[in-house]
Design a protein around this ligand. Sequence first.
Ligand code: 13P
Length: 257
Amino acid sequence: MNRRYRKTIIAGNWKMNKTATETRQFAEELKTMLPKTKWCDVVVCVPSVNISAAVKAFKDMRVAIGAENVYYEKSGAFTGEVSADMLKDLGVKYVIVGHSERRQYFGETDSIVNKKVLAVLEAGMSPIICVGESLEQRETGVTTEWIALQVKSALAGVPAEKMRKCVIAYEPIWAIGTGRTATAEQAAEVCSSIRATIRSLYGARVARSVTIQYGGSMKPDNAAELLAQGDVDGGLIGGAALKPDQFVAIINAANQE
Ligand code: 13P
């Protein structure tokens, strides 16, 4: 973390979990244990059908609501899709874009991810852009190049003045939902390479202002070490974000002066 230049952001990604009723229950429980979050921002990204319930339920807490996906067209005949303006109108502040599960199961390409990033920014929200390598890519030694390509593709056409709104989440695919976390050194190395890529595109001043999260089996017992790395500015948390006590423990690890 480096709060002099950028925000620390702890975000939960609920994936396809919890009903609207369970969303309200989670918020009630969280309210009883959430500390004053002076040193980090907290985001909860929920399934799109639960956004209204979440915006209402978390209203009195300093918790921003995020979406897990968006479609890039403004409106029209795209049955089943949800536009950035629709999310914005409900009170959404962040939108996860290009999660590896969407790339893997729903065929999202770098070009689709880029269009979504541009649509989210155009609507005035912050994209949380996910990048990450497979185990095979790590083992063959192409991680840095692969991640640089994903970052550059996702940011194509994003002007420097909008970079402050962008969050990048480094999520090694082999660490997602597996209980296998990247070591602090691995996370630090890739997050710093992401910042170097942004620096090469936009210069040092912009690069140092961008929040770069780590995601992949982040838990209360490994969060502090990951967050102690200078270029790791927060976490994108799956499993542990579904349990208020674990989510709060990770927030506490980030909420240190
Ligand atoms: P887990 O924390 O369950 O590994 O999920 C990480 C993730 O995919 C967050 O987007």
